[in-house]
Each structure stands twice: as structure tokens, then as C-alpha cells.
Design a binder for this molecule. Structure first.
Ligand SMILES: Nc1ncnc2c1ncn2[C@@H]1O[C@H](COP(=O)(O)OP(=O)(O)OP(=O)(O)O)[C@@H](O)[C@H]1O
Ligand SMILES: [Mg+2]
Length: 288
């Protein structure tokens, strides 16, 4: 295995002005090119975990961090966020609030300007990056006149222009309709599979995570309580229930059918196709 691109070693973090740590004794390694989903209830520490990777915690927000977060070999507590943004791009749930410019091109240019990228290079990078997120030719469009899904892809383009190795999306589709959601997830999967980008998605859409993620991390009250493949994690239906977390519909259905008909001992189907074929077999056997 190659060196991890992200590694947390016994990280505990407490926000300034609070007593309880938001993250407790986190140890975690993420390999380059992994697609990792982070699940957890409100307040579990998901966003804080993401902010540790882009260095906003602790360099901008202060507070107390013990342990070490290394990203691309750099200790995040020693580098300014501006420096980390060349390595890590992070987008949030409300794309509209992330738009501040008059045109899509200017939106993408903003980070590049701040990083001192020469004008000639920017003229090359902007159309290329818009193309990458499926917004080719949108240079002069007003960000506020785009659909939610397009806005979110533009927000992603703005961070991708910096050529980060890691993309963190914090509930990127919670304000989008099903089509917008699909656009964003398809694009993230493409960046991951075709460009080898490391992707971390904080998400409640467990169906999507079951389909795309290589690994699922479950946070509860600031601690990692589960860490494994989607198959491993979503098979633990009872434990997820106890944590009040949703499981994919297929896994929930499989639990009911499984106990009734003695199916799926251990590994339950976590996506639709295997659930459907098992039900078909069951129906076939009954009708035979
Ligand atoms: N800026 C802040 N100052 C003080 N405490 C904070 C700050 N941001 C978050 N917290 C606290 O840290 C804990 C973890 O919050 P965090 O936002 O990381 O959770 P989350 O899992 O992202 O939740 P959500 O699903 O609601 O987005 C919570 O107890 C929260 O109140
Ligand atoms: Mg959050």
C-alpha cells in the first residue's frame, strides 16, 4: 500500500469557548484515490473532521488540537489554509452562499487570483475546469441564474481549479433536487475513478454511498465507531439502528425478508440489484 494521503493520529479537538471535544481520539488513514463516505447524526463531528483536513481547524478557528493531522505529508497545524487549499478543496451544502462573482468564469478565477496564478494560465485553466464539471461554455453565465446542481458543480469547479488532490464535499446535495443530486454524485465518481482524486463525502444519502464509496466511516459524538467497506458497515443494520442512522432500503428490506425466509446470513444486499435478484429467486422457488 502507498503512503496515506491523510492520516489522523490520536486527534482530539475542542473548539474555542467549549468544554466538550468535538472530536475524540481520532485515528484514521485514507489512501490516495479512496472514496470515503462519512456518516453520523447532527453534531457528530463530520464537518469538524473535514475542517481538520483543509486546515481551517485549527489554524483559522483556534481551539485546542492534540495529536497530529498529516495531509499530503504536511502537518495541518503548521500551514496556512491558503497553502492547504492547493491540496484540499472543500465544498458545502448551500452552493448559492458560495457564489460571490458576476460570472462563472470569475467564480473559478477567484482562488487562482488569490494564489497568484498568472493571467495567461488562468485563461487556460478556467474553460478546462468548467468543462470538467460539465459546464463547458458557461464562462459568462451569472452564477445566480444557474440551477442548484449547476451552482454546486460551479462551486466544485472553483476548488478544482486549484488542482487539489483531495475533494471534500460536506452534504453537497442537501439543497438539491434528485437530478441535481445525481449530477453532483456522478461528477464526484468520475473525478475519483478517472482522475484518481481522493474524495471524502459527508452525506446522509446512504443509497448513494453504498453504491460509490470504497469505505464508510461512522462518527458518533466525536468518535469513530465504525470504519469499513459499505458492505461491512451496512450489514450491521442493528448497530446502525441503535445509532439512529438510516441504512439503504435494500438492507432494511433484506433484514425483514432475511429473518422470515432465512436469507442473507451475514452479508445483506446493500444496493437494489442484488436485492431484486434474491427476491426473484425467492418468488421463483415459491411458484415452482
Ligand atoms: N464554530 C464552533 N464553535 C463551537 N462549537 C462548534 C463549532 N462548530 C461546531 N461545534 C460543535 O462541535 C460539535 C461537532 O459539530 P460538527 O459541525 O462537526 O457536526 P456535524 O456532524 O457536521 O453536524 P451536522 O450534521 O449538523 O452538520 C457539535 O457539538 C457542535 O456544536
Ligand atoms: Mg456538518
Amino acid at each position: 500500500m502507498s503512503d496515506p494521503i491523510i492520516s489522523f493520529t490520536d486527534v482530539t479537538y475542542t473548539y474555542a469557548g467549549t468544554d466538550e471535544p468535538a472530536l475524540h481520539s481520532i485515528s484514521l488513514e485514507i489512501q490516495p484515490g479512496e472514496y470515503v463516505a462519512v456518516l453520523g447524526l447532527n453534531g457528530a463531528g463530520k464537518t469538524t473532521l473535514g475542517l481538520c483536513v483543509n486546515g481551517v481547524v485549527p489554524t483559522m478557528l483556534g481551539g485546542e488540537l492534540t495529536g497530529t493531522v498529516l495531509v499530503g505529508g504536511l502537518d495541518v497545524s503548521e500551514y496556512p489554509v491558503r497553502e492547504m487549499s492547493k491540496l484540499v478543496g472543500m465544498v458545502f451544502d448551500n452552493p448559492e452562499f458560495q457564489m460571490s462573482q458576476m460570472s462563472a468564469a470569475e467564480e473559478v478565477a477567484l482562488g487562482l487570483e488569490n494564489a497568484g496564478v498568472p493571467y495567461e494560465e488562468m485563461r487556460r485553466i478556467i474553460p478546462e475546469t468548467l468543462e470538467l464539471v460539465g459546464l463547458g461554455g458557461f464562462e459568462e453565465r451569472s452564477p445566480l441564474g444557474l440551477s442548484g446542481g449547476q451552482q454546486q458543480r460551479l462551486a466544485i469547479a472553483a476548488v478544482l481549479a486549484m488542482k487539489p488532490q483531495i475533494l471534500i464535499m460536506d452534504e453537497p446535495t442537501s439543497n438539491l433536487d434528485p437530478i441535481g443530486k445525481q449530477e453532483v454524485f456522478d461528477m464526484a465518481a468520475k473525478l475519483n475513478r478517472e482522475r484518481g482524486m481522493t474524495v471524502i463525502v459527508i452525506e446522509h444519502e446512504v443509497e448513494v454511498m453504498a453504491r460509490y464509496a470504497d469505505r464508510v466511516i461512522v462518527l458518533d459524538a466525536g468518535r469513530i465507531v465504525m470504519n469499513g467497506t459499505p458492505q461491512e458497515i451496512f450489514s450491521r443494520v442493528d448497530e446502525l439502528d441503535a445509532l439512529k442512522l438510516r441504512v439503504p432500503e435494500s438492507a432494511a428490506l433484506a433484514r425483514v425478508l432475511g429473518s422470515e425466509y432465512g436469507l442473507w446470513k451475514g452479508q445483506v444486499p446493500i444496493t437494489t440489484e442484488p436485492a431484486v435478484s434474491a427476491i426473484n429467486e425467492l418468488l421463483g422457488a415459491k411458484n415452482a
